[in-house]
Each structure stands twice: as structure tokens, then as C-alpha cells.
Design a protein around this ligand. Sequence first.
Ligand SMILES: C[S@@+](CC[C@H](N)C(=O)[O-])C[C@H]1O[C@@H](n2cnc3c(N)ncnc32)[C@H](O)[C@@H]1O
Ligand SMILES: [Zn+2]
Length: 271
Amino acid sequence: MELICPVCSRSLTAELHRYVCAKGHSFDRAKSGYVNLLQKQKHRQRGDDADMAKARRSFLNAGYYQPLLDAVAAAAGQSVQIADIGCGEGWYSCGLLKSLQGQGIAAELTGIDISPEILRFAAARASAEGFAAQTNWAVASVNRLPFADASCDCIVNLFAPCEPAEFSRILKKNGLLLRAVPLERHLWELKAAVYDQPYENRPVCNAQEGFRLEQLRTITYPITVPHDDLQALFAMTPYIRKTAPEDIAKLTSRDSLTTTVSFGLLICRKK
Ligand SMILES: C[S@@+](CC[C@H](N)C(=O)[O-])C[C@H]1O[C@@H](n2cnc3c(N)ncnc32)[C@H](O)[C@@H]1O
Ligand SMILES: [Zn+2]
């Protein structure tokens, strides 16, 4: 999928060390391969940081969430032009490409995230896994995606902010939106081990404006997580930023924990 210039909306051409548009706006490619297309924001939004990326990479690499990746790959069907919005460190992005490749589908994927630190990990993963040629990685906000209108077959949007109007703009007619959310009791036993009063998630599982919900797949199963992976699991969640050190210590002392994972995968079609 072609990237467009965040200043003038013309197509960007990829060169070895930069992306440039016909008007001469130029954006350097970082050493790892991503490009920063984020324009100045009125209210600076922060994405995940490098520690969260490392934790997510370590936990996801262990395969605990493979059933969700398989469900996303099955739902993506024959999609060729894919955008992974809020892609994180790229485990799902590269896993999806691998799965499609296994079915003989030569897809291209652009990963978008607001955090340059996270995209450094995603671009490095793509190179290490042999997907550098089929991928682009761009720092941008979900509010203003660097894609032309009606250019995308499928948007993947996993545990990340959703902007239905912008998603609808970039999707082709009948394009797919695959959105994953944590369900009410996702990681319940983990929360119960840390907090005196754990609370249930409140997922929004209806179709977004401009989309038709074709299917809501629920994916629920237990995982047993040994000590090191447990620390990584907690560190990749938003809880890590708002939990007191004495509560975090309750996990550090455990050898392992069995907890429920519970995802909703919303398979939506652009109206
Ligand atoms: C919970 S993580 C999920 C990452 C990945 N989809 C996964 O499941 O492994 C949410 C991601 O959304 C990104 N993010 C947060 N706000 C964003 C925004 N406004 N625009 C684009 N990405 C954003 C964060 O930096 C983070 O990488
Ligand atoms: Zn331009």
C-alpha cells in the first residue's frame, strides 16, 4: 500500500534512505527501516515505550496468543493490501503475512503506530523474519492515516485505538476491519492476584459507525504462565503504568500463574 505525504497528500516514493513526494517533502527512513510521518499534534499522544515493546515481544514470541493470530489470519481471507493500525512490535503483522504466504497469498502490509520506539522493534522483526520487502512501517496517528482514500483491502486493529471514519476512508468498497478487544474477564486471575478489587473490562463489541458487524468471534482459553513470562505479560499491559510497586511485587514472588485469556474478534465490513 502506497504511503502518502502528510503535508500535501501526494504519493510518497520510497528511496534507500528516505521517502519523498513530488513536491519535495522528504522524510528520512530510520536505520531500522521505519519512517516518521507524524505531524505536530495539538495534544501530544504517547504510545507504548521501549520497555513495553520488549515485554510484548518476549511474551508474544512464546506463542500464548497464537489462537488469536490464527483467527485473524482466517478472517483476513484473500486480502492483499493490509494496514495494521496500532501494530505494536509486529508479532501479529509478521505472523499474518507468514500465514497468508503459506496459503499462496502475496500480501503487503503497512504497520502504523504512534510510537517510534515500538516501530523500531517492528521493522527489526520484519527484517529478521524475511518480510522487509512486503512491509512498510510508519509513525502516524490513527486520527490521520498516511494512505489514499479507498486503497486498503483489510485493516487489522488489535487492542489499539479505533477511528471508524478514518478507517472507512482508507478502505476499499466492502473492505474488512478486523478489530480485537479484551473481553470482560480477560486475564482475570492475573488481576485478582495483583488487586484487592479487580474490575471487569467493559468491551465495546458493536459495529462501528459506517461498518456492518459480520461476526463476533470469542476466543477464551486458559494459559499457564511461568515466572519470567508472567513479568513480561504484566509489563505489556496498561496496568503496569498505574499499579503500586507493592502490588506488582505480589506477582514477582510467584513461580507461575494460570489465567484466562478472553478476546473478542470483531469481523466488520465497510458498508
Ligand atoms: C496494546 S498495544 C497493541 C499492539 C499490537 N496491536 C498488539 O496487539 O501486539 C496498542 C498500540 O497502539 C499504539 N497507539 C496508541 N495510541 C495510538 C494512536 N493514537 N495512533 C496510533 N497508534 C497508537 C501504541 O503505541 C501501542 O503500540
Ligand atoms: Zn508532500
